[in-house]
Design a protein around this ligand. Structure first.
Ligand SMILES: *[C@@H]1O[C@H](CO)[C@@H](O)[C@H](O)[C@H]1NC(C)=O
Ligand SMILES: *[C@@H]1O[C@H](CO)[C@@H](O)[C@H](O)[C@H]1NC(C)=O
Ligand SMILES: *[C@@H]1O[C@H](CO)[C@@H](O)[C@H](O)[C@H]1NC(C)=O
Ligand SMILES: CC(=O)N[C@H]1CO[C@H](CO)[C@@H](O)[C@@H]1O
Length: 869
């Protein structure tokens, strides 16, 4: 009896008693440095503390002054066995060998115990300082803490639905990609973006400055922001693997940090022009006849509908690459898509990663023949549960998977005899597994409810996974001999364990890495593979792809929506916070929420407000769950009117959005930004997450309270013009909170910032001179003439830009126009390059002000021009 109790006690002491502070840390030896780098050995400075696993004795430190604004600090195991993200999925930023004498970010260290600081040379500000506690680097637990100034302004670390500026005490961000119905706050959601921006307001002799910290790690982790017992502010990384691979980004302006982050993880993909149109989708449309009615009813309501989306309803028994023979017969679906194309409309379908494992199912059979699916240890396919029933999952890392997936896409979506889609939507790619527990044992009810075939075997095999490469080969494939299923440090996943509702973390990938290390990259790998299949299908066209699960760098391949939210005012507000985090911090411009909410019943006024708000998000799609009532905009009078006006306004601004996307995809500029990006010295702006800027010219202030018609918002310093009435507000003396009342359900407060020039499409003007009325498709928008809105600043000056191309070519080089407008108080000048051939003209110039001025005429967009007032 006694001995048993003792044994139990000793187990407990390993698990919880050893205080983290007793860990010895590391000491620095063998330092070598040059003007642009420093390398050193780190060696455990005492006895192993083995808190959650085993301390790694020998580490290597590499510091690179990569550019004048990017500092790389890598702490890795000397043997290079610990997993690091594959370079082909997220290429490493390379060093330009900047000089440590000229960069703004300086690295310094303490040798024993090792800690380091990153200091901004120009101000002496310490940006990162790991001295509060010793570095812990174990086989399955890593910890690093940095000291921060009190109550720092921190942003990012998504995907989450929390406040845009993160809480600073008792706050934990868990990064572990997961299906997350109802996008709960304070929990891990579908994607992982281990990057934060910190903004400092400056002091009387130092200006405001922002910097960024990107941890290039796909490991599951908890990032804790809090205050120590001695009330010292900190941010602490607790990961279950990987290495500490930091990129520090100097800014100093927030927009510069965004650009530096884009340079580190890759620029977002340029989107086709049409994808800025309005999209409608619904899970649960019963049949094709119903979908046709939706299209007809939008048309009858006079609301422009650009793209129709089909959720899994179109599939035969929810199988990828199939159509339901009764409800969506293939020949009729083909005819429907042709009809849509005839009306210049678009069609998008969903695909899921789970592949039904049935011998007579072609995609499975062909995949199995090529060996593309993840395997259990005994060599059988690793199985789980998804919409079609029992499924297997592609190993996106296996080279033959790309070939197989591309062939399936080329065949099923062959324009000549298949479904001629315009884009694809990939879902459930966290990956989501519907088994209620890790062993798939208590799933019978789940499955019955979904009327899928019962699966009565555990999807596992008993033997341990085999590494494709031998341990100790120094290839970053992951340490051998870890507990890949139940690591002792448990991150705060919102499901009970790491493997709950996803793929088992002890599954081995084709290259020898394991799901334990690559889990957070599943959506990224699937996005890369699917995008490349779309390019193979239409080699000269820009693909359109939407993904649910993301990681840093996913915007190179796909757009993103914020997942399965709720039809509530709370989630209407959450969409703004998510928009800001993704667009401004996560380098993700093409994003939006399910407008009017995915789950639950949309209420008329809320849906009207959301229809209007959604029109100011880059990606604009109404979508709802099978369990939710229909919520197409035309179903309520108030919403119908709101949507008609909102889409009309959006379509006038479509080239403004498109220009923003172009510069996001070529220069890393930020399309949607928080107010503080424009006023980094104004502390009133730092916490704002109910307003946003689209580009530099437009401030959007939606009504955010439930069921009200008034809104209070902050109007920062400057001259402003109401977008709709053109009324001028002079706020030059300083920012102020403004209250606007009587905002109808179809209205929204939008201001143009003084100093901007906005090119807008005219709804009623064609080059032929005839009046065409509201453009119903983006193709019609592209045929409309422009008016140029000049909004002078306090000095009477303004500038702006316009980018034009054919809207769909993958490579537009030589066929683009990049036009810079400037206004000096008397003359508008348009200069730039004019490679895009267009008959569309500027037919009106409006100079805003207390006395508005207008010039009408015809100015072509194939060369420079001036307009004098
Ligand atoms: C930077 O220095 C390294 C090491 O000397 C060298 O291999 C690399 O080519 C250099 N890179 C550039 C961009 O000069
Ligand atoms: C379309 O409108 C017609 C006429 O109002 C209505 O009967 C029908 O139910 C609507 N269908 C859909 C799918 O909205
Ligand atoms: C993964 O871990 C579970 C739980 O211990 C175990 O049942 C299973 O056999 C393991 N699978 C592999 C492939 O090692
Ligand atoms: C971000 C947010 O407010 N999410 C909410 C979505 O809806 C569910 C259910 O109503 C809430 O639990 C979440 O908090």
């Amino acid at each position: 009896m006694m001995s048993k109790i003792l044994a139990l006690l000793s187990v407990l002491s390993i698990a919880s008693a050893a205080p983290l502070a007793t860990c010895p840390g590391y000491r620095v030896t063998n330092v070598q440095s040059g003007d642009s780098y420093l390398v050193a050995d780190l060696t455990l400075a005492g006895n192993k503390c083995n808190i959650y696993s085993e301390d790694i004795t020998n580490l290597r430190l590499t510091v690179e002054y990569q550019t004048d604004t990017r500092l790389h600090v890598l702490i890795e195991d000397r043997e290079k066995n610990v997993y690091q993200i594959q370079g082909n999925i997220l290429p490493r930023p390379t060093s330009q060998n900047s000089s440590s004498q000229t960069t703004d970010l300086r690295f310094s260290y303490e040798a024993n115990p090792f800690s380091f600081k990153v200091t901004r040379a120009s101000t002496g500000d310490v940006l990162f300082d790991t001295s509060p506690s010793p570095l812990i680097f174990e086989t399955q637990y890593l910890r690093l803490r940095t000291r921060l100034p009190p109550n720092p302004n921190l942003y990012g670390l998504g995907e989450h639905s929390d406040s845009f500026r993160l809480p600073t005490d008792g706050y934990k961000r868990t990064l572990w990609n997961s299906e997350a119905p109802y996008i709960p706050q304070n929990q891990n959601l579908y994607g992982s973006h281990p990057v934060y921006f910190e903004h400092r307001s400056g002091t009387s002799n130092k200006g405001p400055a922002t910097h960024g910290v990107f941890l290039r790690s796909a490991s599951g982790m908890d990032i804790i922001i809090g205050k120590s017992d001695s009330n010292e502010q900190y941010l602490e990384y607790n990961t279950i693997g990987g290495v500490f691979d930091f990129y520090f980004l100097a800014g100093p302006s927030p927009e510069q940090v965004s650009k530096q982050y884009a340079a580190a993880v890759g620029l977002p993909a340029m989107m086709p022009y049409w994808s800025l149109g309005f999209h409608q989708c619904k899970y649960g449309w019963p049949d094709l006849a119903h979908v046709k009615q939706v299209v007809a009813n939008y048309s009858a309501a006079g609301i422009p509908l650009e793209a129709v989306w089909d959720d899994i309803d179109y599939m035969d028994n929810k199988l990828d690459f199939s159509t339901d023979p009764v409800r969506y017969p293939k020949d009729q679906l083909r005819k429907f898509v042709d009809e849509l194309h005839g009306k210049d409309m678009r069609y998008v379908q969903i695909l899921d990663p789970g592949i039904r494992n049935k011998q007579d199912y072609g995609p499975f059979k062909r995949g199995a023949d090529k060996g593309v699916f993840l395997k259990a240890a005994d060599g059988s396919w690793y199985r789980g549960l998804q919409w079609p029933g029992e499924v297997v999952w592609p190993d996106w890392i296996a080279p033959q998977t790309k070939e197989w997936w591309t062939t399936e896409i080329l065949t099923f979506y062959d324009p000549n005899n298949g479904i001629d889609i315009d884009g694809l939507w990939i879902d459930m790619n966290e990956a989501s597994n519907m088994c209620a527990d890790t062993m798939c044992l208590s799933s019978a009810q789940d499955m019955e409810a979904r009327s899928v075939q019962v699966h009565n075997q555990t999807p596992l095999s008993p033997r341990a996974p085999q590494h494709a490469a031998a341990p100790g080969d120094g290839q970053h494939l992951g340490l051998p001999n870890r507990d890949l299923f139940t690591p002792r440090y448990q991150i705060s996943n919102h499901y009970p364990s790491l493997s709950s509702r996803t793929l088992f973390t002890n599954i081995t990938n084709a290259d020898g890495t394991t799901q334990y290390d690559t889990h957070n990259l599943h959506g990224l790998f699937m996005s890369l593979t699917t995008r490349s299949a779309l390019v193979a299908r239409s080699p000269t066209k820009r693909p359109f792809l939407l993904t649910r699960s993301t990681f840093s760098g996913s915007s190179r391949f796909a757009a993103h929506w914020f997942g399965d939210n709720f039809s509530s005012w709370a989630d209407y507000r959450a969409s703004i916070r998510q928009l800001l985090s993704f667009s401004a911090v996560h380098n993700y411009p093409m994003v939006g929420s399910d407008v009017c909410g995915f789950n639950g019943q949309a209420q008329e006024r809320m849906c009207a407000r959301w229809a209007v708000l959604g029109a100011w998000h880059p990606f604009y799609r109404n979508h709802a769950d099978v369990s939710a009532p229909d919520q197409e905009f035309y179903r309520w009078d108030v919403v119908k009117e709101a949507a008609r006006k909102a889409v009309g306004t959006r379509y006038r601004l479509l080239d403004y959005f498109y220009t923003g996307l172009h510069y996001a995809s070529t220069r890393g500029e930020v399309l949607v930004k928080p107010v503080w990006y424009g006023w980094p010295g104004d502390e009133n702006t730092y916490g704002i997450d109910t307003q946003f800027m689209v580009g530099d010219a437009v401030l959007v202030n939606p009504v955010v309270e439930d069921d009200t018609q008034s809104v209070s918002f902050y109007l920062p310093k400057g001259v402003w013009y109401d977008f709709f009435s053109h009324d001028r507000i002079d706020q030059s003396a300083g920012g102020q909170t403004i209250t606007v009342t009587g905002v109808n359900w179809d209205e929204i407060s939008v201001y143009i910032r003084g100093g901007s020039i906005l090119p807008l499409r005219l709804s009623d003007s064609l080059p032929s001179g005839s009046d065409a009325g509201q453009a119903m498709t983006t193709k019609e928008v592209r045929a409309r003439n422009f008016e140029i809105i000049v909004a002078p600043d306090a000095n009477g000056k303004a500038s702006g830009k316009l980018y034009l191309d054919d809207g769909e070519s993958l490579d537009s080089s030589g066929k683009e126009s990049e036009i810079d407008f400037s206004w000096n108080g008397k003359r508008l000048e348009a200069r730039g390059t004019f490679g895009y051939e267009t008959g569309v003209k500027v037919v009106r110039v409006v100079v805003l002000g207390d006395a508005e001025r207008k010039a009408e005429g015809e100015w072509g967009l194939m060369g420079s021009f001036t307009v004098d007032f």
